[in-house]
Ligand binder design. Structure first.
Ligand code: NAG
Ligand code: NAG
Ligand code: NAG
Ligand code: NAG
Ligand code: NAG
Ligand code: ZN
Length: 949
């Protein structure tokens, strides 16, 4: 069995490990006569049809925690209780079969559903089967688009959509993706939604200049061609911009939280206002019709946490529909109806028009000239890192659940599970979670949930390892290796979740100076300072470990002697093949050049730290402050922290290190590992001083001799790369009003600059914001400490402190730099980024083990191995190279699934869509036509049919 042809598409399979031969029974979906597109109300062809969409926007944590929102706890912070919303809406839907409601966030719906009686569950199933309650989007949350990694987004969508399918079957499958609140939109998200089978996508926020132009040109609805590698229409997604964010039109908010007048329709009473309401409504509808293409328009009747008392909304909407439609007998040509996004989408599809094509993305988002939402790309850097390593650990946990079998969940170490971490990770993808735009107590809650998930996975991992190795010694996981704190064990084990072998430097804190297997280096002053009493080791043991694909290897660490290292204490140096050379300016202590010794290329390269003075709002052009969402420096010239760095160097058989000290709150270690194709810059920033009453946004800036001509490149959710040009947007003529913030883009896992000869790539260890303000320069924002709220709702300045760092958070992270000819650069940075995203975890094993029989080809990334149900495993393989990105790897590849796993017998395979809620052969999507003449990107790769067995 083989996957015959290449496409950089993620495909999915179910593997059977049971003794039952055969394919899963693909049930033909029970065609309910009324759900989905069939349940839409009739429209009137000759009229302007206004689709009223009752909805609520329920953040999975923001000002309150997700659980506080569910219960309606802490209404002193914000009045919001999702359980009451669902209670009330169901009640109101039953009162009038014309009424419709959509629900979006499965994290909340799942909590509510578990608490309902059988009767109520049956009632709700009925509503879903009749299309009166419709799920849209349907992921566990509405993910952030700038700071999330595609792997975690796919996981959280899979979890939400699976619950809906398991609970409601075919009628529970959302047709429409709905990201009404995220602060800018990523092309990779659109590509994923297309591959998940959605027919269309609606959102609310885009740059104000872009919106204005699109309104005039009637281009608020378009076809998004979301991949340069996939053959259309695989990654084509119909995309619509909602008319008023996601709010009702002005004057028509009938929630208990609103003050608009109700419809007073008894002529005998005072203040009869039906004529006034109808006139105002018709005026708004006609105005809206001018900026859209068809005789259908949509109005979002709801907002944040609305419908807690749904009667208010529905009673007035019933009347609005009745009174506006009554005017038809007097010649009005406006028809109002209860609708859903999919019913609206269906009408757009029936219109049989051609739509403008969109090829780039919707970043950055500005809602006015000085209000660029580019700060949250970096906000809460420690949470962003914790989320990223939690994803890595979750993948390890899921793999070991599969490799260990049932004993992993119930074994010598007790009951373990991957579910808890899956849920915590899914919640963390929300657009006020990993984005860093929540209140501090909510950020703490996300971190607590993740930590709890780790604890459950640790039991599972221990059970699996003891089952694989036959030993029940307790397992240790080092959570604070980043600051050289770890309980030292005698054996060191490393699990590698990638489908190819990796070599990885491991550093362990120790006091001794000589060990059998490795080199010892003193702990740096910066590390000693950030530990704050959580560890006292004076040295670090440093060694390269090699681990097989989906497997582990063991290293024993034994102390030879205390005292200075003796010559025989070092392992025999393997003839080191150096790939890179770096030089430092002896005067300043700064980096001065980087060379690739294989390709014999050298660039001038310096690097230093700076900070932007965050705007406090006291400014003649605008009163906008820098805050959790918005980045607004007071001046375009950043302040240098120090022109020189005090340096200290050390070298052994594994690594050469230059330790740079810039100030009491900024230091860095530049590391060149033997055998590595990347230079590591490990930065430590904080506590950012604010004694001068100035908010600070700290950047690392690389300045090189590369002639980048105003262009740089960033990844989209960690996957495909996008070109960015200074002061330029591909789809409109930009009037640039913020020279720094308006040139910042999300960097999820990497960014690069290049010219004809040289490409300098930086791989990051978490999501960050960055830009290329000068040619040859690349800056990445590391940390932000701000003194004012930016008035976008969170109501707190982003000023992070913790028990350990009461005077301000200290953050540490890594940038990996590589230099290559542009034609082969992806061959280095793709695997590098994967190693950072799915990093080996060090834990205890007793022998070497690999879950794979064969290494996957370098172009193929094993994205998911996860227990699906008792006999089946969900597998996702991904071609990780973009079309024409690599001569060697952007080619079709074949994988033999039969021979892939060492512990699993593959008995059958069945292909699913990307989110695993639909069999691939049942996947049909609405087709849309693009306007000819709109720019097409050259797409050349052939999509081939997939066949199994
Ligand atoms: C229609 O017009 C007639 C005559 O102007 C008026 O009496 C009637 O109230 C109108 N109907 C509605 C629904 O406004
Ligand atoms: C859609 O429009 C095309 C012309 O652009 C026409 O050939 C086709 O028949 C139309 N389809 C329907 C269903 O009206
Ligand atoms: C290392 O030495 C410090 C004192 O210098 C001590 O506090 C710490 O417990 C020792 N750690 C280990 C792992 O032996
Ligand atoms: C080190 O990693 C832990 C998670 O394991 C994280 O909570 C902490 O903030 C990190 N420390 C620094 C200084 O980045
Ligand atoms: C969806 O759920 C139904 C049962 O409700 C099940 O039969 C079907 O296989 C599921 N579809 C997928 C793709 O898992
Ligand atoms: Zn929101």
């Amino acid at each position: 069995m083989a996957t015959p042809e290449y496409t950089p598409f993620v495909f999915l399979l179910l593997l059977f490990q049971s003794s039952v031969w055969g394919f899963p029974v693909c049930q033909t979906p029970q065609e309910s006569p009324t759900c989905g597109y069939k349940s839409c109300h009739a429209t009137k062809p000759g009229m302007l049809n206004v689709h009223l969409v009752p909805h609520t926007h329920d953040d999975v944590g923001w000002l309150k925690t997700v659980d506080q929102y569910f219960y309606g706890d802490r209404n002193d912070i914000q009045h919001a209780g999702v359980q009451y919303i669902l209670d009330s809406v169901v009640d109101q839907l039953l009162k009038n079969p014309d009424r419709r409601f959509i629900y979006v966030e499965t994290a909340f719906f799942y909590r509510w559903w578990k608490q309902q009686t059988d009767d109520m569950q049956n009632t709700v199933k009925q509503l879903v089967n009749e299309g009166r309650l419709e799920f849209v989007n349907g992921g566990w949350c509405m993910s952030d688009e700038a700071t999330t990694h595609y792997s975690a987004v796919i996981d959280q969508m899979t979890m939400g959509l699976r619950f809906l399918n398991d609970t409601f079957g075919h009628c529970g499958r959302p047709r429409v993706a709905w990201h009404i609140d995220p602060f800018g939109h990523a092309r990779e998200h659109a590509s994923m939604f297309a591959q998940m089978g959605y027919d269309g996508f609606f959102f609310g926020r885009l740059d104000y200049q872009d919106r204005n132009r699109r309104m005039v040109a009637r281009e608020q609805e378009m076809l998004w061609r979301a991949s340069e590698s996939l053959t259309p229409p695989m990654a084509d997604l119909f995309t619509g911009i909602l008319p008023n964010g996601y709010n009702p039109p002005e004057g028509f908010c009938w929630d208990q939280s609103c003050d608009d007048p109700p419809i007073r329709d008894d002529p005998d009473l005072e203040d009869y206002n039906v004529d006034d309401v109808v006139t105002r409504f018709l005026h708004i509808a006609h105005g809206q019709a001018l900026v859209y293409k068809t005789n259908h328009i949509i109005m979002t009747m709801g907002s944040d946490f609305q419908y807690e008392n749904a009667n208010l909304w529905y009673k007035n909407l019933d009347k609005l529909i009745r009174y506006v439609n009554q005017m038809q007998s007097n010649g009005s040509e406006v028809n109002v109806l209860y609708s859903t996004p999919s019913c609206y989408l269906q009408e757009l599809h029936r219109a049989n028009l051609t739509w403008p094509l969109k090829g780039d993305d919707f970043f950055p988002y500005a809602d006015s000239a000085h209000d660029f939402w580019t700060g949250y790309f970096t906000s809460r850097p420690a949470l962003k890192r914790y989320e990223r390593i939690s994803n890595s650990y979750l993948q390890t946990c899921k793999q070991l659940e599969v490799l260990g079998g049932p004993i992993s969940r119930k074994g010598p170490f007790g009951a373990g599970d991957s579910e808890t971490l899956k849920k915590a990770m899914a919640v963390a993808q929300h657009h006020d979670a990993v984005s860093g735009t929540e209140k501090q107590h909510v950020a703490n809650d996300y971190a607590r949930k993740l930590a709890n998930g780790w604890a459950h996975c640790q039991v599972l991992v221990s059970n699996t390892l003891s089952s694989l190795s036959g030993s029940s010694a307790p397992r240790v996981y080092c959570e604070h290796l980043n600051i050289s704190v770890c309980p030292l064990t005698e054996t060191m084990n490393v699990y590698n979740p990638l489908a190819r072998p990796v070599s990885w430097p491991v550093r362990l804190p120790v006091n001794g100076t000589a060990y059998r297997i490795s080199d010892v280096v003193p702990v740096s002053q910066a590390t000693a300072a950030v530990r704050r009493g959580r560890g006292y080791a004076v040295n670090e043991l440093l060694f390269q470990v090699q681990a097989p694909p989906l497997g582990y290897s063991t290293y024993s660490v034994s102390l030879l002697q205390n005292g200075p290292p003796s010559p025989q204490s070092s392992p025999l140096p393997r003839a080191p093949k150096a790939f890179l050379r770096v030089t430092f300016d002896p005067e300043t202590g700064l980096l001065s050049s980087l060379s690739n010794l294989e390709t014999q290329q050298t660039v001038k390269l310096s690097q230093n730290f700076y900070w932007y003075n965050a705007s406090d709002g006291n400014n003649s052009e605008s009163i906008q402050m820098s805050g959790a969402y918005i980045f607004r420096p007071n001046t375009s010239t950043p302040f240098i922290i120090s022109k020189t760095a005090k340096i200290e160097t050390l070298q052994n058989s594994v690594v050469q290190e230059v330790r740079q000290w810039f100030s009491p709150w900024v230091s860095q270690v530049v590391r060149l590992y033997t055998d590595s194709r990347a230079l590591e810059l490990e930065w430590t920033v904080g506590p950012v001083p604010i004694g001068d009453d100035l908010g600070k946004e700290v950047i690392s800036r690389l300045d090189s001799s590369i002639n980048s001509s105003g262009v740089f490149y960033t990844d989209s959710n960690g996957r495909e790369m996008l070109q960015r040009r200074k002061d330029y947007r591909p789809t409109w003529n930009l009037r640039q009003s913020e020279p720094i913030a308006g040139n910042y883009y999300p960097i999820n896992s990497r960014a690069y600059i290049k010219d004809d000869k040289d490409q300098l790539t930086v791989v990051t260890d978490r999501s960050q914001g960055g830009g290329s303000i000068q040619d040859g320069s690349l800056e990445i924002m590391l940390h932000r400490r701000l003194l004012y709220d930016d008035v976008r709702g969170v109501g707190e300045p982003l000023n992070e402190m913790s028990d350990i760092y009461p005077e301000g958070l200290v953050v540490r992270g890594r940038h990996l730099l590589s230099l290559s000819p542009p034609a082969t650069a992806a061959d280095t940075h793709r695997p590098l980024a994967q190693e950072v995203v799915l990093q080996p975890s060090s834990m205890d094993f007793e022998k070497e083990f690999s879950g794979l029989q064969a290494v996957l080809p370098p172009a193929v990334h094993l994205l998911t191995v996860s227990q699906w149900d008792q006999d089946t495993v969900l597998l996702r393989l991904e071609h990780q190279y973009q079309a024409s990105e690599s001569k060697e790897h952007s080619q079709p590849v074949t994988v033999n699934l039969q021979k892939l796993f060492s512990t699993l017998d593959v008995l059958g395979v069945s292909e699913m869509n990307l989110s695993a809620n639909q069999w691939k052969d049942e996947m049909t999507r609405l087709d849309w036509k693009a306007e000819s003449g709109t720019h097409h990107t050259g797409v050349t790769n052939q999509l081939s049919a997939y066949s199994a067995l």
